[in-house]
Design a protein around this ligand. Structure first.
Ligand SMILES: [Fe+2]
Ligand SMILES: [Fe+2]
Length: 178
């Protein structure tokens, strides 16, 4: 398998979850209310899976490896754009968490803030994923030897192996500090 294999498989699951969020969002806009627990679950998916596990592999392994290569201006520009989009995803998710907490307190206008943030995420992810699958990943391959690609794949598996431990360690330690 090429190193981009697991990243593209993860893209499919992210798309599936984005489609679920989209359906919930449409209903929320119609009825002007949303299940805040669903928002918590969506945030957990985005933070732990889409951002930490998936963007983590892209940024800490793929982009890091490509930074050592002499990327064309165009490919460098796309890589910077992808990183900016990851940052935008993080900021939007943080704002979503804050809006959801205001929504739980029944603050006026909070439902619109929650749905606006969800709209941003639903619009951003499919475009971002398409840019990686169709443009950036094929371009990245041109800079890598087969051996480098396989070394990245091995690093990806090692990165993933740590994720479940990282998540539950953070939960336990978070409660321990209370
Ligand atoms: Fe990405
Ligand atoms: Fe990605």
């Amino acid at each position: 398998m090429q190193a981009r294999g697991p990243l593209m498989i993860e893209h499919r699951l992210i798309e599936q979850m984005i489609a679920v969020i989209q359906r919930r969002l449409e209903r929320a806009v119609q009825v002007q209310s949303i299940d805040p627990s669903f928002v918590d679950t969506a945030v957990d998916f985005i933070r732990v899976y889409a951002d930490r596990t998936h963007h983590g592999k892209e940024e800490d392994i793929l982009f890091r490896t490509l930074r050592r290569k002499n990327l064309s201006d165009e490919h460098q520009r796309i890589m910077n754009e992808l990183m900016d989009e990851h940052a935008l995803g993080r900021e939007t998710t943080k704002a979503l968490v804050e809006a959801n907490s205001r929504y739980r307190k029944r603050e006026i206008g909070a439902v619109a803030e929650v749905t606006d943030r969800l709209k941003t995420l639903v619009a951003f992810y499919p475009r971002h994923i398409k840019k990686e699958d169709a443009v950036f990943f094929p371009a990245a391959l041109e800079y890598l030897t087969e051996q480098e690609d396989q070394a990245m794949l091995a690093e990806f598996w090692e990165f993933d192996r740590k994720m479940i431990h990282e998540k539950y360690k953070a939960i336990a330690e978070g409660f321990a500090r209370e």
